[in-house]
Design a protein around this ligand. Structure first.
Ligand SMILES: [Zn+2]
Ligand SMILES: [Zn+2]
Length: 160
């Protein structure tokens, strides 16, 4: 593996148990308690590979019988991002979406404007392109994101 100019977002946790431990440490470092609500929210996010709005996560928790508050969900998601266990992305709408980053490498997104499907993709060339271009500008990159909007194969087919 070559040295990348761009810092990787993950803090190295690849298992849910490890991620929960890291989250607990992050909370303790910030003088916060690892409550059962925070734990339930973290597990709910770690268990899905979807890109979820906070409201959708709240709905899922409520459906499974949790009485966690909306404010706690929003705050906990931000804490997970701060702990580098989740990423906040905007995929063409005004809404923030959250995705966990356990065991997931850096990836970019393709978003279908027809059905909303999100496809993750990765190309090692992208790091090099960003590195070359930022270097030319004397710019130090800490992160980057590429989003591609268009129509997925299914939507393109039903169009024709
Ligand atoms: Zn589509
Ligand atoms: Zn993603």
């Amino acid at each position: 593996m070559g040295k990348s100019a761009v810092a990787k977002p993950t803090n190295g946790s690849n298992s849910v148990a490890g991620a929960l431990r890291n989250f607990g440490e992050h909370l303790a470092d910030n003088g916060l308690r690892f409550t059962s609500e925070r734990r339930a929210i973290a597990v709910a996010l770690f268990e899905t590979d979807a890109h979820l709005e906070a409201e959708e996560l709240l709905l899922r928790l409520r459906r499974s019988g949790s009485r966690v508050s909306r404010a706690t969900v929003y705050r906990t998601l931000d804490l997970l991002v701060a702990a580098r266990l989740a990423r906040k992305v905007r995929l063409g709408t005004d809404h923030n979406l959250f995705e966990h980053i356990l065991g997931r490498r850096q990836h970019e997104h393709m978003v279908c404007i027809g059905c909303g499907q999100v496809i993750e993709w990765f190309d090692p060339q992208m790091d090099r392109i960003v590195e070359r271009n930022t270097k030319e500008q004397g710019f130090t990159a800490t992160r980057y994101t590429v989003q591609v909007f268009g129509r997925c194969a299914n939507c393109a087919e039903s169009d024709s």
